[in-house]
Design a protein around this ligand. Structure first.
Ligand SMILES: Cc1cc2nc3c(=O)[nH]c(=O)nc-3n(C[C@H](O)[C@H](O)[C@H](O)COP(=O)(O)OP(=O)(O)OC[C@H]3O[C@@H](n4cnc5c(N)ncnc54)[C@H](O)[C@@H]3O)c2cc1C
Length: 362
């Protein structure tokens, strides 16, 4: 492979949803010389494996700062999706039908009522439904459903189309993309970043963003600095085919979920496993996913399984995303550790990081 020697104003390390969204946001803010370096190919890791749910309310137990960020990012999606359609002609299939969260026994119902109470107190949109009303809405769900929450604002996107749209967008906006190239280390003089070293040569830059997902912690630095240590948390998905589609809503239970896609795929997820970097599908994983999916909807029993896959969610020690400037090296930024919410948090991450970089360049 030919060596590269070059320079850029900003180098983004990692071409998943986070790196691509930041590259686009920087280009839209007028930063001309943005270069994205991707180890393999664009959008082939966690961002490709995800289920595309934008469901902060369905997953939250309290209204904290993180919850507020996730809601803020979800609410950016309609404009984000529309802008991508205008720029690229690609429909990212933002589906605003909403999310149904089922209680399948009395214990689930307690959890569901607690969520309903704090969210109504906080003024959030949520409806408490009886099992019968939930079944009227989605006839495929289990007859054991004792109640449900309807989150009308918790929506979904086709994350693979999103990645294609982002790749097209950054291309049109003039971002330089280098794939099949790994950034090994950061180069700095004193506490000032001056470049990155790749397996194909050095790229000079005054700003770099680590957006390398679960591999972020492997990037070395010549100046000591706290690179976030990110742990891989494996998630598996079983993809069924339902034509006509079995459900309109994203359907959740405390143990699993079903996500209907417009083309008839029905995603069943997921697992949450510490298995190192082994990105494989396992018999135990598939079995647990199908058990939980059948509990939500026994009607899936007759559907063909058309695909299975696994991805590695990037999790920081405290489970929260690591966003912003590095304390020890001027010009270095982090955008990693998005764990279960990288698709959801992408538009807000793009806004926050691009804004911080642009003010640092002034
Ligand atoms: C099964 C599953 C379901 C999920 N469902 C959802 C969901 O419904 N909603 C949601 O919001 N989130 C979901 N997630 C989480 C979401 O997928 C992640 O949070 C998100 O994709 C992280 O994006 P990223 O760009 O940081 O990482 P990635 O997509 O993993 O991208 C990182 C990129 O960096 C590259 N890279 C790594 N090291 C280097 C290097 N040294 N040099 C150059 N490039 C490098 C990699 O090759 C990779 O392409 C799910 C994840 C899984 C696995």
């Amino acid at each position: 492979m030919a060596s590269i020697k070059g320079s850029a104003d900003v180098v983004i390390i990692g071409g998943g949803v986070i790196g691509l969204t930041i590259a686009r946001a920087l280009a839209l803010r007028g930063v001309r010389d943005v270069l994205l370096v991707e180890r393999a190919s664009l959008g082939a890791e966690a961002s490709f494996a995800a289920a595309g749910m934008l469901v902060p309310q369905a997953e939250a137990d309290a209204q904290d700062d993180f919850f507020n960020l996730t809601c803020q990012s979800r609410d950016l999606y309609p404009a984000f999706a529309e802008a991508l359609r205008e720029e690229t002609g690609i429909d990212v299939e933002l589906d605003t039908t909403g999310t149904l969260y089922l209680a399948l026994d009395d214990h689930d119902q307690e959890e569901l009522k607690a969520r309903y109470e704090w969210q109504t107190r906080a003024g959030l949109e949520v409806e408490l439904l009886s099992g019968a009303v939930a079944r009227e809405l989605e006839p495929c769900i289990s007859e054991s459903t004792v109640g449900a929450l309807l989150f009308p604002k918790d929506i979904q996107i086709e994350n693979r189309r999103l990645l294609t749209a982002l790749a097209n967008s950054v291309n049109k906006l003039g971002v330089t993309i280098i794939t099949q190239t790994t950034v090994h280390s950061l180069i700095s003089e004193g506490n000032r970043l001056t470049g990155v070293e790749t397996n194909r040569g050095v790229i000079s830059c005054s700003v770099a963003v680590i957006a390398a997902g679960t591999w972020s912690g492997f990037i070395k630095s010549s100046t000591p600095c706290k690179i976030p240590q990110i742990e891989p948390v494996r998630g598996q998905i079983v993809c069924l085919e339902a034509k006509p589609q079995l459900t309109r809503h994203v359907i959740y239970s405390p143990r699993g979920y079903l996500v209907p896609r417009q083309d008839g795929r029905l995603l069943a997820g997921s697992t949450s496993e510490s298995a190192g970097f082994a990105k494989c599908v396992t018999a135990g994983g598939i079995s647990a996913i199908l058990r939980n999916a059948l509990e939500i909807s026994p009607a899936i029993a007759d559907l063909p399984v058309v695909d299975t896959w696994a991805g590695l969610r990037p999790r920081a020690a405290d489970g929260l995303p690591v966003l912003g400037a590095c304390d020890e090296i001027d010009g270095l930024f982090f955008a990693t550790g998005h764990y279960r919410n990288g698709i959801l948090l992408a538009p807000l991450t793009g806004e926050l990081i691009s804004k911080a970089i642009v003010s640092s360049l002034r």
